[in-house]
Ligand binder design. Structure first.
Ligand SMILES: *[C@@H]1O[C@H](CO)[C@@H](O)[C@H](O)[C@H]1NC(C)=O
Length: 167
């Protein structure tokens, strides 16, 4: 995760963070388990099961930092495409990205990550690979938002929203 300088424009109006959350939105018919990895100093988060037709919202301490990956039902538990987040970070902003650092071939689990209310900015893509995810340690792909509630999509499908970021 590396911060882009463009986020400075958000700082002036950044609000203090309160409770944070990620809602997992399954776009296909697959059941998955989400496994969380907390950064040192952040609380452990229990894994959750997600499935089609049901959004699963996980709440986090307001300065939680870490990542998660999704495992399809019946598949081996190995880290893949990551959702990464720093809630309540610098100036209270939430920093986030979808990262292919661990396994760029995990193309059908964690897909897109974006603020629950505004939808922009978005990290990730509907179809991997794309230039809107984090592939190399020096990629500048970390997004920032004043929101502390995010949506993470899972699986193939579309949210039916036209993001400004390239796919
Ligand atoms: C899941 O959340 C998204 C975004 O808020 C919403 O559009 C969708 O209808 C929700 N799906 C369900 C099954 O509630």
């Amino acid at each position: 995760m590396r911060f882009a300088t463009s986020v400075a424009t958000l700082i002036a109006s950044a609000a203090l963070s309160s409770a944070a959350s990620v809602t997992f939105w399954t776009l296909d018919s697959t059941q998955r388990t989400i496994y969380f990895t907390s950064n040192p100093g952040s609380a452990n988060i229990d894994s959750v099961t997600t499935s089609a037709g049901k959004n699963t919202t996980v709440t986090f301490p307001d300065t939680w930092q870490g990542n998660w990956y999704a495992v399809r039902e019946g598949a081996a538990n190995t880290p893949g495409m990551l959702g990464e987040v720093n809630f309540g970070s610098w100036k209270g902003l939430t920093y986030f990205d979808v990262s292919a650092i661990v396994d760029p071939n995990d193309k059908d689990n964690v897909k897109q990550l974006f603020p629950a209310s505004g939808y922009e900015p978005m990290s990730g893509c509907e179809n991997f690979p794309c230039n809107n995810a984090y592939y190399l340690p020096d990629d500048i792909q970390t997004k920032a938002t004043m929101e502390s509630d995010l949506i993470c999509t899972l699986g193939s499908g579309s949210v039916g929203y036209s993001f400004t970021e390239s796919q």
